[in-house]
Design a protein. Structure first.
Length: 320
């Protein structure tokens, strides 16, 4: 048995809290039995999205509960109530097949609607161009198999079919998708090649931030290679081996070299006149399930980052 409280927010989201008595059950099973109106798959999706907390911490669907544990879950409003309507607008397509579409996301655009999101998102534009995406994956994040931060530009993959969604999800979970980012970090990063290996999790006090969390963080590794030094900054090629939230930003900040312009983990947007972090998803390599062949999709460095780097490189050349 357990006690439960449900609250409906003004925007239609429902908030439930439970106190576990007995324990021993898996988290997803525990919630599916107490919220029968939700499928177990939907509950697992909410858990993966960070909308379920156990003792105020994120957990996995298979986590075993103990007596006295406090479980909270937020069930968002239906998709039509959270702004998932098709919107005509800019969508730069880099690659397209029957199962996958790769687009070039500009900085300042969120991948999908969520708390605090204003204006159309990448998913809104994709639903207009590819209406079949609405039936693919999570109803709250149709077609979405991975994300970029709002302030990060570059390649984003979307699934166009259930086959594409299932294949890409498996590839991401197996770490078979290779991602390459270009970043500019503050200071002279040394050694010129290396791997940052440090667990990442929610900041224990500031829940909108991530941090290096030694005890309960998730394993995270980022491989990097220095491309060039200039005027107290380092241009870096970064390859995340894992895919944790804010991983690259948190990792470079943790080693004393935050990403230039990062308003959360760095010195702020006054770096080089940037209005966002100097971080760009340059390339993604994956297997297209329909063609059964490996595909690499590339995106040119965003114009604002090119301008910042040219200015920095020019100043460096004048100093030599």
């Amino acid at each position: 048995m357990s006690s439960a409280v449900a609250i409906v927010s003004p925007k239609g989201a429902q908030h439930y809290s439970f106190v576990v008595s007995g324990g021993g059950e898996r988290l997803d099973k525990f919630l599916s039995e107490r919220l029968p109106e939700l499928s177990r798959g939907r509950i697992q999706e909410l858990i993966r999205c960070g909308l379920v907390l156990v003792n105020r911490r994120q957990a996995k669907p298979a986590a075993r509960l103990k007596g006295g544990d406090e479980v909270s879950i937020v069930v968002p409003a239906a998709a039509d109530e959270v702004g998932l309507e098709p919107v005509p607008g800019p969508l730069e397509v880099l690659y397209e097949s029957a199962d996958v579409v790769a687009v070039n996301k500009p900085a300042g655009m969120a991948v999908h609607p969520g708390a605090g999101t204003t204006g159309p998102t990448l998913v809104n534009f994709a639903l207009h161009a590819y209406p079949e995406i609405r039936a693919v994956g999570s109803p709250l994040r149709p077609g979405v198999v991975h994300r970029l931060d709002k302030g990060t530009s570059g390649v984003v993959l979307l699934a166009r079919s259930p086959r594409g969604y299932d294949s890409l999800r498996r590839q991401f979970e197996a770490r078979a998708v290779r991602k390459v980012y270009i970043a500019l970090v503050v200071g002279r990063l040394e050694p010129a090649k290396g791997i940052i290996d440090a667990p990442v999790g929610r900041h224990p006090e500031e829940r909108t931030r991530m941090a290096i969390v030694r005890l309960c963080g998730r394993m995270a590794r980022t491989e990097y290679e220095v491309k060039e030094y200039a005027c107290g900054y380092t241009l870096v090629r970064a390859c995340p081996i894992t895919g944790r939230t804010h991983q690259i930003r948190v990792h470079f900040a943790a080693v004393g070299h935050p990403i230039a312009g990062d308003p959360v983990y760095g010195r702020g947007a006054f770096d080089l006149g940037l209005s966002r972090q100097f971080l760009h998803a340059k390339a993604v390599t994956f297997v297209d399930p329909g063609k059964e062949e490996e595909v690499t999709v590339c995106s040119p460095l965003a114009e604002d980052l090119q301008v910042a780097w040219r200015s920095l490189a020019g100043a460096h050349a004048r100093e030599q």
